[in-house]
Write a protein of this length. Structure first.
Length: 303
């Protein structure tokens, strides 16, 4: 069956955009993860046909962006992985609106907005993900969230229908949208920003946030960003620090000494190491403070 689907996919994509047994550690910011059976990088135009083939061949599909919020299992991912990135990075500015394809990185989007003299996206300039992924989880930082700037997005449903969803229909809240629960895949979207009278202030703000990230986050190590969601009334990093877990490690995985809200890969971590560490941190924090930490990192594949 694998060869049959490869043959069909080769009618849609060039061979260099179809890879077999692709190591997922090359596509996640954690730098861990076993092989994907089939790894594809379609354009927005090719995406519906690719999904149609996968549906007809009854192949499970996993969609990733920049891999910045993922923990892929050591045994990899069965079926097809579609990487929304290389082929979907279009950006267009029209007045105070900016149109983004799902694979555009937030850093590139923020830079383009700044170049156009538009403010409102500075908060996203250091988030290491794509626009599509940011919509799915309503990504945010430093007081800003995607829901503050989104007008609408286009998605493709599991049965191949292309829909346009307004901000209200996306039901955006803390690290939540309707997209994953309905099985949608983001194609592109429209943001509304504000014209800044003094454009230099935009780049100054982005530089200021960049310095904060460098000072406070362990950017020198592979990680998936904030490992746990913020519990209501608490900060995950402070709970972990107060529990005495700064620097706590399992195998090659460790709680960052710089920011306890981050689990880092010290260089040779496995997904099993990271899972075991997260489980132990969750257990100890629950035992000490009666607070249950929920992972912000999404687990994908076979562990």
């Amino acid at each position: 069956m694998k060869q049959e689907i490869i043959t069909r996919l080769e009618q849609i994509l060039t061979k260099d955009r179809i890879r077999q047994n692709e190591p997922m550690k090359n596509h996640t910011t954690f730098r861990v993860g076993g092989p994907a059976d089939i790894f594809l990088t379609p354009s927005a135009e090719e995406l519906p046909a690719v999904l149609s083939v996968c549906r007809e061949e009854q192949m499970p599909v996993t969609v990733i962006g920049n891999g910045s919020n993922l923990l892929v299992g050591d045994q990899g991912i069965r079926g097809v992985v579609i990487c929304i990135g290389f082929g979907m990075r279009g950006i267009r500015v029209d007045g105070e609106k900016i149109f983004l394809e799902a694979g555009v990185t937030l850093a590139a989007a923020a830079q383009q907005a700044a170049k156009a003299g538009l403010t409102g996206l500075e908060f996203a300039s250091g988030i290491p993900g794509t626009f599509g992924g940011a919509v799915v989880m309503n990504a945010g930082a430093y007081g800003g969230e995607m829901k503050d700037v989104i007008v609408s997005v286009r998605v493709i449903s599991e049965d191949g229908e292309i829909l346009t969803l307004s901000k209200e229909e996306l039901d955006l809240s803390y690290r939540h949208s309707v997209i994953p629960e309905r099985g949608y895949l983001v194609i592109d979207g429209e943001l509304l920003l504000t014209r800044e009278k003094n454009p230099d202030q935009i780049t100054e703000r982005m530089e200021e946030l960049k310095k904060k990230r460098i000072e406070k986050q362990p950017l020198e190590y592979p990680s998936a960003g904030s490992t746990f969601k913020r519990p209501e009334g608490y900060f995950a990093g402070k709970l972990i620090m107060d529990a005495g877990l700064r620097g706590f490690s399992v195998g090659g995985a460790a709680v960052s000494e710089k920011h306890c809200g981050f689990v880092i890969n010290k260089g040779n971590a496995t997904a099993a190491d990271i899972c075991a560490l997260m489980d132990e941190v969750t257990r100890i924090v629950k035992e000490k403070y009666a607070v249950t930490l929920e992972p912000e990192v999404k687990k994908v594949g076979e562990f």
